[in-house]
Design a protein around this ligand. Structure first.
Ligand SMILES: Cc1cc2nc3c(=O)[nH]c(=O)nc-3n(C[C@H](O)[C@H](O)[C@H](O)COP(=O)(O)OP(=O)(O)OC[C@H]3O[C@@H](n4cnc5c(N)ncnc54)[C@H](O)[C@@H]3O)c2cc1C
Length: 435
């Protein structure tokens, strides 16, 4: 359709997360005038590196999930940003009495995890919970390392944890096809000792970003857009790219006029968006995991009753006994509405039962609450029950060639990641170029 868009007007981008900044950078390279409006007092969105005392903590994203061909890794390399490897692949496992799995137990446990993952591709069930339960109970257990009943419990709770991390939900709300949406690149997983923020800092140079602008309304006509902020300021542009988190869209915190077509509302409401929180803590003394090696930067899984937890030892990176725990779904919802003290009690009551010599509280604790953040209302998207690519395809279609959506939730293959958000921002810029 031919329109009369005035391309001398700026393109407005709502949100200065990685999607917004990537989109702005591409448009600017293509010679367009661009302005980003960001509600917070700083850029980065769910990339949020905070200096606390003398240390940097990534309260949002930490990892480049697989460095092979990952565009975020390219930015990191081009700008000489320091990273350190922290793979989940080499995890240790602990029984609920704190005893480390033997090598044979690890091999056997992981071989059953792989078996279940393969069988999951063939399931007819809708929910991941139904599918995994069915598979686990149909498996014939051949080994003699675990008791069958115990192994089945370990496996179910391990998959429950996968729903929490990396899908920010619970198994009964997760699509049984979730493996098609895991969206990581191959290669090492790396983190940033001096913060993920450096990535967004590099790519946002020379971009016009207006901070503390809380967008409340977007009016889109055939050939112009008007963006209105909470102080009633009006911004006139040629196009608008909305990169705010799905949680903000679900809550209708931005009013669209005319209202979004029903298919867009359906997509926004149907794509899953869950809470995922981090708890960093420092101890006086290292946790004695009883490992033979002096490995650091390691990941350990442990079980408390029927719950599986993961604890990451970041002592090597911080040069002091510092740990990170990651929570998704119900436990993360609990964190969103709890005090630091309540979160600390929850974690330390469990750790004390599990490992020797742990005090009843940490020296320092840092708790995120993304579900309570009014500019996010959650952490990232996930494939909910009955998820399909058509839901995402709709968000890819510009409305009147003038209103575009971008952000991690618009990625087919890489939802819930920094690279997915980045690529989605770049794609929106390409689409605008061709209007
Ligand atoms: C705890 C946590 C851990 C994670 N870990 C990883 C990881 O290790 N690796 C990985 O790849 N990914 C990870 N992710 C996911 C990753 O951070 C996101 O997918 C990605 O950063 C999203 O980028 P985005 O640009 O789509 O959205 P955002 O970064 O959320 O940017 C959207 C921006 O819109 C702004 N905004 C909202 N409402 C308004 C408004 N009304 N007006 C103006 N501006 C508004 C927000 O303030 C925000 O700055 C993690 C996320 C969380 C929360």
């Amino acid at each position: 359709m031919q329109n009369n868009i005035d391309s001398t007007l700026p393109v407005f981008i709502i949100g200065a997360g990685i999607a917004g900044v990537a989109c702005a950078r591409k448009l600017q390279e293509n010679g367009r005038k661009v302005i980003i409006l960001e509600a917070k007092s700083s850029i980065g969105g769910r990339i949020n590196s905070r200096k606390i005392d003398s240390d940097i903590f990534d309260l949002g994203a930490s990892w480049i999930h697989g460095i092979d061909n990952n565009p975020i890794w390219s930015i990191t390399q081009e700008n000489n940003i320091e990273t350190t490897t922290l793979n989940y692949g080499n995890s240790h496992y602990f029984h609920k009495n704190g005893k480390l799995f033997s090598e044979k137990e690890v091999q056997e446990f992981e071989s059953y995890v792989e078996k279940i993952e393969k069988l999951l591709y063939q399931t007819k069930k809708t929910s991941a919970l139904d599918a995994i339960k069915e598979i686990i109970f149909s498996l014939s257990y051949m080994g003699n390392t675990f008791s069958e009943d115990y192994l089945k419990k370990l496996l179910l709770s391990f998959f429950e944890r996968i729903a929490n991390d990396p899908f920010a939900t619970e198994l009964d709300l997760l699509s049984s096809k979730y493996q098609n949406y895991e969206g990581y690149f191959q290669g090492d997983e790396v983190i940033f000792p001096k913060g993920y923020y450096q990535v967004i800092e590099c790519i946002s140079k020379d971009i016009n970003i207006k901070l503390n602008i809380d967008v409340k309304k977007i009016i889109y006509d055939d050939d112009y857009i008007k963006v209105i902020d909470c102080s009633e300021n009006i911004y006139m542009g040629s196009h608008v790219v909305v990169t705010v988190p799905l949680g903000v869209l679900k809550r209708n915190n931005i009013e669209f006029y005319p209202p979004l077509p029903n298919e867009y509302i359906h997509s926004i409401q149907s794509i899953g968006f869950g809470s995922f929180n981090k708890v960093f803590f420092e101890l006086d003394q290292s946790i004695q995991l009883g490992l033979k090696t002096l490995e650091k930067n390691i990941s350990s899984f442990y079980w408390e009753d029927t719950d599986c937890f993961n604890i990451l030892d970041l002592s090597k990176m911080y040069q002091k006994p510092t740990y990170l725990m990651l929570f998704g779904g119900d436990k993360s919802n609990f964190i969103d509405s709890s005090t630091d003290r309540e979160v600390s009690d929850f974690i330390f009551n469990g750790l004390q039962k599990q490992f020797d010599g742990i005090s009843d509280k940490p020296k320092k604790i840092i708790v995120t609450r993304w579900g309570a953040d009014p500019y996010s209302y959650g952490s990232f998207s996930f494939p909910s029950l009955n998820h399909n690519d058509d839901l995402i395809k709709i968000l890819h279609k510009p409305i009147k060639e003038i209103l575009f959506f971008a952000g991690e939730h618009c990625s087919f293959k890489y939802a819930g990641t920094v690279h997915g958000a980045y690529l989605s921002g770049c794609e929106a810029a390409e689409k605008i170029k061709s209007t």
